[in-house]
Write a protein that binds this ligand. Structure first.
Ligand code: FES
Ligand code: FE2
Length: 347
């Protein structure tokens, strides 16, 4: 297929995001009575648990004189500002002013809805009247008694969120960027099928009689000769991607496939950086004891590439950075168009 010029409205490297959605803010285990500062969707946020374990997510700025709450501490059921000691509860309401008995009702700060599920903490920073359900991780095996699942690694990426999102939808890069680790050179040119359903995208590849690569064998405990491997990349726009790998050994084609599902919450920090929160679910026990280290090393190759692209994007004038898309970019281009529409609909 000949190269075609990209024609999306969203510019990779500087793309905005839809606001009325759940985004991953942290792992559950990161949030305690020690306030955690995090920049999310261009907004400073402080996350904490009060003495009852209740989760709070507040705009990280004291309305009194602008001190970051995240430099304070949790006192009982409130977060205490370190400057003059005013206290605010998880609803954002001030509950104590040391110098006054009277607490004005407007002495409050924005509090964001938060929910925890499968070790991930999700935050809603859009219009509270539009609050919807969390993305469904159960469909990927999370929470199922017969599966094994756990939070994995968080990466900070100095690149616009659209870069990792497109990277995860585009398995063709694994042949080159991750040379030999999870592919023997066949994926880049292998046929694939893209399915779109509303704001959900899915890209399927099935590789038959494929000799497996070192990291795949280590993850699956596979020691056979060849196997049929399905690679399914999915995106639930705007905040969640998944990569599912299913292996069925050719020596036992009737065996149910072993499934390894990676879930990746992609959360913009600002226009030029984002977080990737990963979690893994699989149908078989975790046998690779270095799995988080291996996953981090693999994903850091993507991160390095995303950050190089971002740096160049920022250095060059718009007329010097055209993009020409090819067949393997189909899912990414469709994701861009859907995201552009979602943003437009919120305007
Ligand atoms: S700045 Fe927070 S209490 Fe004064
Ligand atoms: Fe990758």
């Amino acid at each position: 297929m000949s190269a075609v010029e990209a024609s999306s409205q969203l510019v990779v490297g500087d793309a905005p995001w839809p606001k009325n959605h759940w985004y991953v803010a942290a792992y559950s285990h990161e949030i305690s009575d020690k306030p955690l500062a995090r920049e999310l969707l261009d907004t400073p946020v402080v996350l904490f648990r009060d003495s009852r374990g209740q989760l709070g997510a507040l705009f990280d700025r004291c309305p009194h004189r602008g001190m970051p709450f995240s430099e304070g501490e949790v006192v009982g059921d409130a977060l205490q500002c370190p400057y003059h000691g005013m206290e605010f509860d998880t609803s954002g309401q001030c509950t104590h002013i040391p110098s006054s008995q009277m607490i004005p009702k407007r002495m409050c700060v924005s509090a964001y809805p938060v929910q925890e599920q499968y070790g991930l903490v999700w935050i809603w920073m859009g219009d509270p009247d539009q609050l919807g359900p969390l993305p469904d991780l159960a469909r990927w095996g999370f929470g199922r008694a017969d599966w094994h699942w756990e939070p994995a690694v968080c990466l900070e990426v100095a690149a616009n969120y659209l870069l990792p999102l497109e990277n995860l939808l585009d398995a063709s890069h694994i042949t080159f960027l991750h040379k030999g680790q999870i592919d023997q050179g066949l994926v880049a040119s292998h046929p694939f099928e893209v399915t779109v359903n509303g704001t959900e995208l899915r890209v399927d590849r099935v590789l038959e009689k494929e000799k497996q690569s070192p990291l795949t064998m280590k993850t699956f405990g596979f020691s056979g000769d060849t196997a049929t491997r399905s690679i399914i990349a999915e995106a639930f726009l705007p905040a969640l991607c998944g990569i599912r790998v299913e292996i069925r050994p050719d020596s036992d084609p009737d065996q149910a496939p072993q499934v390894n599902q990676l879930a990746v919450g992609i959360t913009p920090r600002n226009r030029k950086s984002c977080y990737q929160f990963t979690a893994v679910a699989q149908t078989f026990p975790f046998i690779n004891e270095q799995r988080n280290e291996d996953l981090r090393n693999l994903l850091m190759e993507d991160v390095a590439a995303m950050e190089s692209i971002q740096r160049l994007h920022e250095r060059l004038a718009p007329d010097l950075r055209p993009e020409f898309s090819v067949k393997s970019d189909e899912a990414a281009m469709r994701a861009r168009r859907i995201l552009a529409r979602m943003i437009e609909e919120e305007a």
